[in-house]
Write a protein that binds this ligand. Structure first.
Ligand code: ZN
Length: 692
């Protein structure tokens, strides 16, 4: 804007020329981050989106049927990552093999043929691996097809005879098997579940089959595209009858999971660890390029980049050890942390990369950096946000703004970086680490929502080396800051955390005031109580966040003083904020002609303020959703997780309820009875003890 307006005036004066050039260069942005400019520049020049994409392509050029030796020896991905990690100079590159209850499924043949009214091959696993539902069992049958749009509910079968037939449906294979095959006697399932308007009709989704128990017939299913479904429906309509032939040969091997680990050793604080994790497997059949060979390739590239920067003397070796983990999603993280409790104890923070390589504009999905949950706030979010701001600003142009250095890859896209820093989300490995049982702050890089993942089209053609370079840059920068932080940097991070906290608190107060102003006369007292809780909880959150900076320099006087001072300031600001909100409430009451009421505890709140839950299980990842199933808390996204995470043996049920109510304020909050009901269920399940 500034540029356009000045340009207009200058051109009117007839002095556009070299003056304008000078003017442009004065507008070249000087983005400031937590790292010195030279280091930032060195990372940008070293980290390679092309190399990351090459690794991604080597890991999953296309989804293939694995060779026999992978089932008995070692998976291709583990072998490749280990080889590259060694070649790149990462140390202590190790393979950890864990037994698994889930057997390994090896498909050998999987064909689906139309045989009547005409002969035509519909699906073959050696063309598209996703066509056969994983864990499908060997079968060789010819049968009539019956079309049922839905076939997962008893009611869907009213007046229909599916016995001896194969069900063609838009419901998932596994749920149709439960009733259609096991109860109603159908032979198998052909399913098309592409219901995303974003996807073309030829996409095939990965699906899974149930494994037959003793005495049950073999279970199998095929996953077909929407186009194929339509074709089969049309044929069925035109000819009245369809017959297909199924040929499946599959083997089961003993269950096994592989985790690869490697490190860049720390120096004076080597017993502290910063971890980068990416799932290399999500089952062994689906081998999605973006989900998640992109994350696996990206943390490998971060490792290569950091080793190079250290070797070239651009950065010193990190004070803290940097650990790289390539895991089977979630289960691998759990097994690794169970096996190495001393590593779990040494962790001070980390990054999870899961789905990071897409071309954001092809997939129509933005990049996200997800914060840690409110139960585990901290400086890591602020370090990440600092680098996030830098990366977004460095990769956007407006009329009057030209970044000093963009982050793009030679063969990659040139688009602005569409990235959001967002509240906690998971469904990936970070949930294992941020769970209070491990309690490690971990941020999460993820492109959401890419509709192509979990389909046969999650391939490198959708990936973008520019995107991988940006993800790698952010990963490397954040890792360097945290793993390398000396006392001086810790102080810088304290200030970053404090001021970012202040700006978040200002926005939170604005929200609380708006919320109150929008409430109706009969809601205003309740709204005031809720807004008051929001402000109170958010101040407590920021105070806890600021004190997390002590992790980086627990004994340093300047850091300790800064944190103590910051806490005092925040407590003072909290008092002022509460007074301001109260005044606002009184003014609104006056305008509405009602009398303000003091905030009072209900009898239930009083009761719950005396009950202190304590976690008694030692499990790394307790089965929370088994406990919350059917309870109201399961309606709140990650609500059970957060309630459990807030339990620290000091907070009362009321305090936990208030904390999650504020955390979920934007979603309407969490009723206290949900929290109480769930904590009592946790006690019943033996995971928690409630003290009076
Ligand atoms: Zn994933």
């Amino acid at each position: 804007m500034r540029f356009s307006r000045n340009y207009f005036i200058l051109s009117k004066l007839g002095i556009v020329g070299f003056m304008v050039i000078g003017f442009i260069s004065s507008l070249m942005a000087q983005e400031i981050s937590l790292l010195p400019k030279e280091i930032i520049s060195a990372i940008i020049n070293e980290i390679s989106g092309e190399k990351a994409l090459q690794a991604e392509i080597m890991l999953a050029p296309f989804e293939r049927i694995r060779k026999s030796e992978e089932f008995t020896n070692q998976f291709w991905e583990s072998t490749y990552i280990m080889k590259k990690a060694q070649e790149y100079g990462l140390e202590e590159v190790q393979l950890h093999t864990f037994p698994s209850k889930r057997p390994l499924w090896q498909p050998i043949e999987g064909e689906l043929w139309l045989i009547e009214p005409k002969k035509k091959k519909i699906a073959d696993i050696h063309e598209i691996a996703a066509v056969l539902a994983t864990e499908s069992q060997s079968a060789e049958v010819s049968a009539e097809v019956i079309y049922m749009e839905h076939a997962s509910d008893e009611n869907d079968y009213r007046g229909k005879d599916v016995k001896g037939k194969i069900i063609l449906t838009t419901d998932p294979v596994s749920s149709v098997q439960q009733i259609g095959v096991l109860e109603k006697g159908a032979l198998g399932v052909i399913s098309s579940i592409n219901n995303s308007p974003e996807l073309p009709s030829d996409v095939v989704h990965w699906q899974s089959s149930n494994i037959a128990q003793k005495g049950e017939p073999p279970l199998f299913g095929f996953s077909i595209s929407n186009r194929q479904l339509k074709e089969m429906k049309r044929l069925l309509q035109d000819h009245g009858q369809l017959k297909v032939r199924v040929k499946i040969k599959a083997k089961f091997h003993e269950g096994r999971e592989e985790v690869v680990s490697a490190i860049i050793p720390g120096t004076d604080l080597k017993e502290e660890t910063f971890v980068l994790v990416a799932h290399l497997f999500e089952g062994i059949s689906k081998q999605g390029a973006n989900d998640n060979n992109s994350g696996s390739a990206c943390i490998l590239e971060v490792g290569r980049c950091l080793v190079q920067l250290i070797k070239k003397g651009i950065v010193p070796p990190p004070r803290r050890t940097i650990l790289f983990l390539w895991v089977p999603e979630i289960s691998g993280s759990i097994k690794y942390l169970e096996k190495f409790p001393e590593v779990a104890r040494s962790l001070i923070g980390g990054i999870n990369m899961d789905v990071v390589g897409e071309n954001l504009f092809k997939t129509n999905a933005p990049f996200h950096i997800y914060r840690t949950p409110h139960s585990l706030p901290g400086y890591l979010n602020d370090v990440a946000e600092n680098i996030y701001n830098f990366t977004v600003n460095t990769n956007r142009t407006t009329t009057g703004y030209k970044p000093s250095q963009t982050i793009t890859s030679p063969s990659g896209s040139r688009q602005n970086f569409l990235c959001w820093m967002d509240d906690f989300d998971s469904g990936s490995d970070n949930e294992v680490f941020v769970n209070r049982q491990i309690g490690v702050p971990m941020i999460y890089f993820n492109v959401h929502l890419d509709n192509w993942i979990h389909t046969n089209r999650d391939s490198p053609e959708l990936s973008d080396p520019t995107q991988l370079k940006r993800a790698g840059f952010m990963g490397a920068a954040i890792t360097l800051i945290v793993a390398g932080a000396k006392e001086e940097e810790a102080l810088k991070i304290c200030a970053e955390s404090f001021f970012r906290g202040c700006s978040r608190l200002a926005l939170c107060q604005q929200k609380a005031h708006n919320f109150l102003a929008l409430s109706t006369t009969d809601q205003i007292h309740q709204a005031y109580k809720k807004a008051h809780n929001l402000v109170t909880q958010r101040f407590d959150l920021e105070i806890r966040g600021l004190s997390s900076c002590l992790t980086l320099a627990p004994a340093n006087k300047s850091v300790v003083n800064y944190v103590n001072d910051g806490e005092k300031t925040l407590l003072h600001k909290k008092q002022l904020a509460i007074e301001k909100l109260e005044k606002y409430y009184h003014t609104l009451c006056k305008l509405k002609g009602v009398s303000p009421l003091p905030i009072q505890q209900t009898p239930k709140e009083r009761e719950l303020s005396t009950l202190i839950p304590e976690v008694v299980t030692k499990e790394v990842s307790p089965p929370l959703n088994r406990v919350s199933r059917g309870l109201a808390i399961s309606d709140i996204y990650y609500g059970d997780f957060e309630v459990f995470n807030f339990i620290d043996g000091k907070r009362s049920i009321l305090e936990i309820g208030r904390a999650v109510d504020a955390e979920y304020f934007d979603e309407g909050g969490v009723p206290l009875q949900y929290v109480e009901e769930f904590i009592r269920a946790l006690e019943k399940a033996g995971l928690v003890k409630i003290h009076k």
